[in-house]
Design a protein around this ligand. Structure first.
Ligand SMILES: [Zn+2]
Length: 145
């Protein structure tokens, strides 16, 4: 579990689901109270537990969210990758593509969380995912506590 700065500006934590909850039973209890699995985009607590996704959270309930491939996103919120050095968005990612015969085009199979490249800085950077200004948060169940 590491400490991270959340999109709301406050300090929070980030880690695997299994790191944050001692047992499925514990997660299950919290899920019943706060609907955690649904907030993360999973259909049930069991499904979320089996995927063991990387999640982020903090004091603010709206900060509880899914982190994918080292890149943070809130389901349904638009954002972009920016360079932490120059703030530009001419970022190239690294990943695997494969040719899709039916669609007749290259498809992204997976995106690496390392190996981002900034065209302006002309070197490898660790791009940050930022939510676009004015992007609306998806409607989530209200969580207290
Ligand atoms: Zn740059």
């Amino acid at each position: 579990m590491r400490t991270v700065k959340l999109s709301s500006g406050v300090k929070g934590w980030q880690g695997k689901l299994h790191e944050n909850y001692v047992s499925f039973q514990e997660f299950f209890e919290y899920d019943k109270m706060y609907g955690l699995a649904k907030r993360l985009g999973f259909s049930s607590a069991v499904s979320a537990w089996n995927h063991n996704p990387v999640i982020q959270g903090g004091v603010n309930p709206s900060d509880f969210k899914l982190v994918s491939d080292g890149q943070t996103y809130v389901t349904g919120m638009k954002g972009e990758f920016i360079c932490p050095e120059c703030g530009g968005n001419k970022i190239e990612g690294t990943g695997n593509i494969s040719w899709c015969v039916s669609k007749q085009k290259w498809q992204v199979e997976s995106v690496m969380d390392k190996g981002d490249y900034c065209e302006d800085c002309d070197r490898e950077v660790e791009a940050e995912f930022v939510i676009l200004k004015g992007a609306k948060a998806p409607k989530l169940p209200v969580v207290s506590g």
